[in-house]
Design a protein around this ligand. Structure first.
Ligand code: SF4
Length: 423
């Protein structure tokens, strides 16, 4: 029983996908950049998605909305441009607190026809300097839900000021992190003596950092291919590292930055030892619960590979399939080499074929999107919603135990359910 799955190989699949679109990332991005506003240019479907994804948060003054393009807007592009300009002007008049406005594109054909980049530039000139207006696509045709963050950050980078001459070498941490995690990392970098550290996304529009050849950047999330490319185009250089999940991942991530900034091995060991010990201890509490359990990842958040590495190496779980919507080999090189040999990695998705493999494997835990979780639970499989891993603080030493617990919880819940007598 529970023998490791041995099917080797990396497969590529295409077919029906079951992943949220990039609009979903607005749910965490609007909380991150406090004076930004996300105006989705879309349909009623987009409005419903955003409202139900963020529905738990009812604000008097929300920081996202949908400009719904009705059928009548199809009459002509000029009308659509005028309509969009009117909506933006009305919004900015009513909400002078908005300092950064994103026009977010979506799938409907009438939206695809609009040149949102040009609309953003036109409106930026009109409303300068009190507000910057940028655009990106959150369309489900082009993006999965974490790619929405990637597209948003790439738009910020493209618009950021140039680094002034004689800038000191500086570190940029890229990828939305919970503020508590950001603060912990900022403290660790400061103790390591890495002076100037900035985070992207920033907390306010005014904090958009300048980028240039003195910037070294460290990705905190693995799904930021476009943002990384945009930074490299500005002259910034990426520090290759795994991702800060678990005691080991966090140490290797910090070490990559420490090496890039010439921090001595002794200093690194002294600064990180207490956090490392706390993280190891916290993860160890879940080891017996999770060791030997087989886990199957459907492609969803693009966090699958770093998560599988953490679960395999620090908790002795057995990944039997790691699905990922897109495999960026360059950004994941440091992770791929630490996966168990022979593990099956599947890039892309053909949901029916994957469901069949999952049913055949009967894994102990299936990590998947919301749409697949309920049917699989009904078939007796234990599931974990991958989107939860984007909403929860999971990076860094202090969160390593919580990350392990997120995988133990569904197993505990299933056991409790099975222990209940049938009526
Ligand atoms: Fe809107 Fe397209 Fe996302 Fe549907 S998939 S909510 S139409 S952007």
């Amino acid at each position: 029983m529970n023998a490791p799955c041995t099917t080797p190989a990396v497969a590529h699949e295409s077919g029906q996908r079951e992943v949220f679109c990039g609009l979903t990332s607005i749910v965490w991005l609007h909380r991150k950049i406090r004076d930004a506003f996300f105006l989705v240019v879309g349909s009623r479907t987009c409005a419903h998605l955003i409202q139900s994804a963020a529905g738990v948060m009812i604000f008097a003054e929300p920081r996202f909305a949908t400009a719904i393009l009705e059928e009548r807007d199809l009459a002509g592009i000029a009308d659509i441009d005028d309509e969009l300009d009117r909506v933006v002007a009305r919004l900015l008049e009513r909400r002078p607190d908005i300092k950064l406005l994103f026009l977010v594109g979506s799938c409907p054909s009438e939206v695809i026809k609009i040149d949102l980049k040009r609309a953003a530039a036109r409106q930026s000139r009109r409303h300068a300097p009190s507000v910057r207006i940028l655009s990106y696509s959150g369309s489900g045709i082009e993006t999965t839900f974490t790619q929405g963050e990637d597209a948003c950050l790439a738009a910020i980078v493209a618009d950021a000021p140039a680094e002034p001459a004689k800038t000191e070498p500086n570190l940029l941490v890229v990828g939305a992190l919970a503020e508590v995690v950001e603060d912990q990392f900022a403290r660790l970098f400061s103790e390591l003596g890495i002076g100037k550290v900035r985070f992207l996304p920033m907390r306010t529009a005014a904090e958009v950092p300048p980028f240039g050849s003195q910037s070294r950047f460290l990705l905190a999330q693995p799904f930021l291919g476009d943002a990384a490319r945009a930074l490299e185009e500005r002259g910034a250089r990426r520090i290759a590292a795994p991702y800060p999940l678990g005691a080991e991942g966090t140490t290797a991530w910090l070490k990559a930055a420490a090496d890039a900034f010439g921090v001595s091995a002794d200093k690194f060991a002294a600064v990180t030892a207490p956090g490392r010990a706390r993280a190891r201890q916290a993860v160890a509490r879940y080891h017996d619960r999770l060791a030997g359990k087989r886990v199957f990842f459907f492609p969803d958040s693009q966090l699958e590979i770093p998560l599988a590495r953490f679960l395999a190496r620090e908790l002795d779980m057995i990944p039997c399939e790691i699905g990922t919507p897109y495999l960026h080999r360059g950004l994941l090189a440091e992770e791929l080499k630490d996966l168990p040999p022979g593990v099956r990695i599947v890039e892309g998705q053909d949901v029916d074929a994957q469901l069949e493999r999952c049913r055949a494997e009967r894994p102990d835990l299936t990590v998947c999107g919301l749409g697949l979780a309920n049917p699989l639970e009904a078939e007796g499989l234990t599931t974990k919603w991958s989107i939860e891993l984007l909403f929860s603080p999971i990076q860094g030493y202090e969160q390593a135990g919580d990350l392990a617990e997120l995988f133990a919880r569904p197993l505990n819940r299933r056991e409790r359910l099975e222990a209940q007598p049938c009526n």
